[in-house]
Design a protein around this ligand. Structure first.
Ligand code: TRP
Length: 369
């Protein structure tokens, strides 16, 4: 039978069946027990956009015992950042706040340079600088957060080379589905990302790291876990936390930067742009007419504005619960729901843009040399 969806590091499309992915990838569902331990963390974790993991129970156990742990997650800088790109970083920050751990943030400019024809060397370097400021603006702890860019922190190559020696071409091909016409950068890159993931252990010695990522990145985790215990390294298998994809404004599978500009909210958008995009494009779970909506109510489960509030912009459980029940009952109209979201996004972006300006003065304190 033909698959109705595709999830690889290079392509996400169709209607993603997450239960099937859990089985195919052999990952573990985040259960109620684990969720209970995460009640103080970011809504993305406690409200379930993160849905599966590898060994995160072990990571939590170590964290609770005060053992050495770390977090690593990265960014491929092929465009300016939009709100969907914040997902793994908000979770990394939340884990840092709760467990006071170090966070490592690799910027894979080489990855995007290899795989995207339109991304030139100059462009990728410029986006990297811009994206780094957005990441710092989120408020990571200084002195506990290390950002490094593959084309700048070239020391990472020495680790990637040790790893590349232990990844066969056939593994790279099987795991990443390389095609004959792909350049050889694609086949080497997995060694780079494995070096990122093991970097905290290269630097600080053997310990457990967790990698929060969208589920499409799991192939990298698999390859890295496989080689991590090789006698050359004798590291711990890194743990992982997997998220579903944040829907694009129109309700599509993934909020991809290569989507048309209208479908995403950029971190640089102003109020007018936010208003226009949400009002015009945000997929609604409301009814077509006000009468119908009042009578039958809307469906928050498929409503993109509600999903953005749920996962990113309304951390207060009571307030979110009220919005949800009012929408379901028809008391709250789609236009009103959208206004709530617009206001929240506007306040967030205003603050973010200010912090991004300030980040320009502190950037050196986060960059690994
Ligand atoms: N490949 C990731 C992406 O395209 C970015 C990334 C680079 C990353 N290095 C990483 C993610 C290490 C997690 C861990 O989004």
């Amino acid at each position: 039978m033909k698959k109705e969806f595709t999830v690889t590091p290079w392509e996400v499309s169709g209607n993603v069946d997450y239960e099937r992915l859990i089985k195919e990838f052999g990952v573990t569902l985040i259960d109620a027990n684990m969720r209970y331990k995460l009640v103080k963390t970011h809504p993305l974790l406690r409200r379930g956009l993160y849905f599966s993991h590898r060994d995160f129970d072990l990571w939590l156990e170590r964290a609770e015992k005060g053992k050495k742990i770390s977090v690593i997650t990265g960014r491929g800088p092929s465009d300016k950042m939009h709100i969907g790109h914040l997902v793994p970083f908000l979770v990394a920050k939340s884990l840092q706040e709760q467990f006071d751990c170090e966070v490592f943030i690799p910027i894979s400019d080489d990855e995007k340079f290899y795989v995207k024809e339109e991304v030139t060397f100059e462009k990728v370097l410029a986006y990297a600088q811009d994206n780094i400021l957005d990441i710092i603006a989120l408020g990571f702890k200084r002195g506990k957060t290390y950002i490094f860019e593959d084309f700048v922190y070239t020391n990472i190559y020495t680790y990637a080379a040790q790893i590349a020696k232990r990844i066969t071409y056939s593994t790279s091909k099987a795991v990443f589905g390389l095609k004959p016409e792909d350049n050889v950068g694609w086949s080497f890159y997995p060694a780079m990302q494995a070096a990122h993931i093991l970097f905290p252990q290269f630097l600080r010695g053997k310990h457990l790291s967790v990698v929060p990522v969208a589920i499409d990145q799991d192939p990298f985790i698999r390859v890295t876990r496989d080689i991590s215990t090789h006698k050359d390294f004798q590291f711990e298998k890194p743990a992982a936390l997997h998220s579903k994809f944040m829907p694009s404004l129109d309700g599509g599978a993934k909020m991809s930067a290569s989507d048309t500009t209208s479908k995403v909210i950029y971190l640089s958008d102003n109020l007018e742009e936010v208003k226009k995009k949400i009002n015009k494009y945000a997929f609604s779970g409301g009814k077509d007419t006000i009468e119908d909506h009042r009578k039958h109510g809307g469906n928050p489960d498929i409503d993109v504005s509600f999903q953005y509030l749920r996962y990113l912009f309304e951390p207060d459980d009571q307030k979110l619960g009220k919005i949800e029940s009012d929408y379901r009952s028809g008391k709250l109209l789609t236009s009103e729901l959208k206004s709530i979201l617009i206001e929240k996004i506007f306040l967030f972006l205003k603050e973010h843009q200010k912090r991004k300006e300030q980040a320009k003065r502190n950037v050196e304190k986060f960059i690994l040399k």
